[in-house]
Design a protein around this ligand. Structure first.
Ligand SMILES: [Zn+2]
Length: 317
């Protein structure tokens, strides 16, 4: 009896058409939330995506956990950012690259579009997601990686990519509109670390970070003193904290300005290197940037729609 049902199972499995096996979603692991979101948007129901870094996680400092390693070795495709963003995981990925299908999605973007790194002559600023225009190039890299992994779904991936790129264009147009409504001399963004360089280039903002491009560099007292002088000289009244970086040095900056009789407030919390809660609008790439654009423009003096580009922000400005 037992033997017969076992044979029946074998017979059933053998009779299953190949197509049914191919329809199982591709297992994709992505490091940052932004890349995981791109893989979900492009992959649709053809993929099952696991993002390693959740809300508030700093990719400059993150190291792979045991369960991350298990997930990556079982994945059909592993997407990481590259450009030295995941600095503590570089070696791990170069090693994994020899055994698994691994793609550094930001590495494929035309280097002439990138900003130089402030600490290393031969490296680039990795924060590409801060410019919707540049992020579109990364989305196309994700599309190429998925298409290579599952060529039979190429048309689906192309259609999904087109729709997502259109949504990012809409986001960029919204950003251009509301950020240009900020008075010209207030277009200065003071943040915890230098994550907003591409944002500044895209929308014409001066960007000043307490720490450099990586959160791993030390925020010196000199730098804080310099920024206090800038806040006082330029009469800037708002600075921004970041969800994935401690606000300790930002408090030192505000206190420094106060000791010189100049009042500075926190304009809001921005998503710099990590997105919001999974399942929320801010837990998507478009929602993350919509939040940043709306909070920055609003805090610096523009009229902004209370709940952002399409009324979906959870915390209204
Ligand atoms: Zn960063």
């Amino acid at each position: 009896m037992i033997r017969r049902s076992f044979l029946a199972v074998i017979a059933f499995a053998a009779a299953m058409p190949l197509a049914a096996w191919a329809e199982a979603p591709l297992k994709v692991v992505a490091t940052t939330g932004m890349i995981a979101d791109a893989a979900r948007q492009v992959g649709g129901d053809q993929v099952e995506v696991k993002g390693l870094m959740g809300p508030g996680v700093d990719p400059h400092a993150y190291r792979q956990t045991r369960s991350d390693i298990v997930a990556m070795t079982r994945a059909d495709l592993v997407l990481w950012h590259g450009l030295y963003l995941e600095a503590q995981m570089e070696e791990f990925f170069h090693d994994l690259d020899r055994k698994r299908n691994v793609v550094a999605v930001a590495d494929g973007v035309d280097k002439s579009k990138l900003r130089a790194h402030d600490d290393y002559a031969d490296k680039y600023d990795p924060h590409l997601w801060m410019s919707p225009v540049l992020w579109k190039d990364v989305v196309v890299q994700v599309q190429e990686a998925l298409t290579e992994a599952r060529p039979e779904a190429a048309e689906t991936f192309a259609a999904n990519t087109e729709a997502f790129l259109a949504e990012i264009d809409q986001l960029d147009a919204y950003g251009k509109q509301v950020l240009a409504a900020v008075p010209e001399n207030s277009r200065v963004l003071v943040t915890a670390h230098d994550a907003f360089g591409y944002f500044g280039e895209e929308y014409g903002y001066e960007v000043l970070g307490i720490q450099g491009i990586s959160t791993q560099s030390e925020a010196g007292l000199n730098r804080i003193g310099e920024l206090v002088d800038t806040l006082v000289d330029q009469q800037l009244t708002a600075v921004f904290v970041e969800s994935s970086v401690s606000d300790r040095s930002m408090r030192a900056l505000i206190e420094g300005a106060a000791s010189k009789g100049h009042e500075v407030g926190v304009g809001g919390e921005l998503y710099s290197d990590a997105m919001g809660e999974p399942g929320s609008y801010e837990g998507t790439y478009v929602g993350m940037l919509d939040h940043n654009i709306t909070v920055i423009a609003g805090a610096l003096g523009a009229d902004v729609p209370e709940r952002g580009m399409n009324g979906k922000l959870s915390a209204g400005f």
